[in-house]
Design a protein around this ligand. Structure first.
Ligand code: ATP
Ligand code: MG
Length: 461
């Protein structure tokens, strides 16, 4: 069905394009028009279009590919103009919400995938679904070396504030906020010198901190108590709370363990609160290393490159809303260039749109735009990450790249560099911590960034 719509759209616009005046003529457009096989029929169609011109005027006018109306959105967490190919995950999440709301036993969801496949965007779409159902929601982005205590307190504060106006007993909300404040203040916080000191953060809550609940300083106990109190506030208003954790692989090990334990406790009590995570492909391994039962606690959804039909939808749907389309050959060329990776799809489409003089966008437009798109990716997507690595880490990645695009054995990387595997551990661990590589399975490492090997092979040392 998608293919038919695509072909029809492309054909329709090709037809219209042949009769229409070029709104932004330039040398390239001229050369391209001559090369088009349909150009010969233009004279025959002139009379036909002359009669139709008044009706087609609007269409002909909008045939220009106007940079101001460029719909594509390359960028971390940038909402795409069309969320393509994620219907299954969205449906699954709707079922989770519905089951949790009805008090049915349900596992929460964890999305995993490589950099730029759309985890953050999908997490945000999940959040929108929860908000539509009038759930309270909050979101954190985990950072290495930062306890989740304070961010979770802030996120739950937000979630409960969303529910508060519907609660019949304001003192119950105040009671919860007192517990929340106690929780936020209970953890130690490292100061600039790395010394633990008492947390002084006050989350803008007027009520006094409660005593004796969620304030033990042990995150596992405190989180379990806090989440169960938050869930009971949600139960009071006949709703639920969803806490979203992005970059979940960066949650420090002790905190992951506490978070899993709290979720486990909650799932046993059937409270309407879920923790929904997103992270790199090794996140399931991180979770099961901390609690073996985590495999039964979460439903893992690995998201990947878009298949051809979804990639076409991601390109065509936003374009057609602006009355612009792509030829089938242009779609072929874009799929070959972007390889279905959502970030690349947006990045190429954004440049191609600005380069194309008019609709339909052709394979020639893609060819002209490719160098600019590639250099933007080299700087913004690959380069910015490469810059974060130390010289030793860069050597490690270059050795990985030299060994190919599949996950590689750490022993092979060591052999490639002529070093002992143990001497390379700091570089490998540093790269994992920076989220540039991950351990696909024991003894193997792979890039978290798609096409990173290709990028590195084109770099000089
Ligand atoms: N389903 C989709 N269809 C079309 N474009 C998408 C889709 N999902 C994401 N994108 C686009 O891909 C880009 C990357 O999305 P996002 O930041 O969510 O990826 P990510 O997996 O969170 O990456 P990272 O691991 O670097 O955080 C954005 O520009 C977004 O608009
Ligand atoms: Mg992200």
């Amino acid at each position: 069905m998608v293919a038919t719509a695509t072909a029809q759209g492309a054909a329709r616009n090709r037809e219209a394009g042949q009769g229409a005046a070029r709104c932004r003529p330039d040398a390239r457009a001229g050369a391209r028009a001559d090369a088009r096989p349909g150009a010969r029929g233009a004279t025959r169609r002139t009379a036909f279009y002359a009669n139709l011109r008044p009706q087609l005027y609007r269409l002909i006018e909008s045939e220009t590919v106007d940079p101001v109306r460029n719909p594509y959105a390359p960028g971390a967490g940038q909402r795409p103009p069309e969320l393509a190919g994620r219907d299954r995950e969205l449906r699954q999440f709707e079922v989770v919400l519905e089951r949790v709301a009805r008090g049915r036993p349900e596992r929460s969801m964890i999305i995993t995938g490589l950099r730029g496949v759309g985890k953050t965007v999908l997490l945000n779409s999940f959040r929108s679904l929860a908000i539509q159902r009038l759930w309270g929601t909050g979101k954190i982005e985990a950072r290495p070396d930062q306890s989740v205590r304070r961010p979770i307190a802030a996120a739950l504060h937000m979630a409960v504030r969303e529910l508060a106006p519907r609660h019949r007993a304001p003192d119950r909300i105040e009671e919860f906020l007192g517990v929340l404040k106690a929780f936020a203040q209970a953890g130690p916080e490292d100061d600039a010198k790395g010394k633990a000191r008492v947390h002084r953060w006050s989350p803008g809550i007027d009520v006094p901190a409660a005593r004796g609940r969620a304030d033990s300083g042990d995150l596992e106990i405190d989180l379990t108590e806090l989440l169960s109190d938050a869930a009971s506030v949600a139960t009071d208003v006949g709703s639920g709370i969803a806490l979203f954790v992005d970059e979940m692989q960066d949650v420090p090990a002790d905190d992951v363990s506490a978070l899993c334990a709290a979720c486990h406790e909650l799932s046993q009590n059937g409270g309407p609160l879920i923790v929904v995570g997103a992270g790199l492909p090794h996140l399931p391994a991180v979770l099961s290393a901390s609690k073996s039962y985590s495999e039964r606690l979460f439903r893992y959804a690995r998201i990947d490159r878009l298949d051809r039909a979804s990639a076409d939808v991601a390109l065509l749907a936003p374009a057609e809303r602006e009355e612009v389309t792509f030829t089938p050959e242009a779609l072929d060329a874009l799929y070959a260039a972007a390889d279905g990776y959502p970030y690349f799809v947006q990045a190429y489409a954004k440049v191609v749109w600005d380069v194309a003089p008019d609709s339909p966008i052709t394979a020639e437009d893609i060819r002209v735009a490719a160098p600019e798109a590639e250099s933007e990716l080299a700087v913004g997507f690959f380069g910015s990450r490469y810059e974060r690595a130390t010289p030793a880490e860069r050597d490690y990645m270059r050795a990985m790249a030299a060994l190919g695009d599949e996950p590689v054995a750490t022993s092979d990387v060591a052999a490639e560099l002529g070093r002992k595997p143990s001497s390379l551990s700091p570089a490998r661990d540093g790269l994992i911590k920076k989220g540039l590589i991950y351990s696909a399975e024991r003894g193997l490492v792979a890039f978290t960034v798609p096409h990173f090997g290709t990028f590195l092979r084109t770099q000089t040392a």
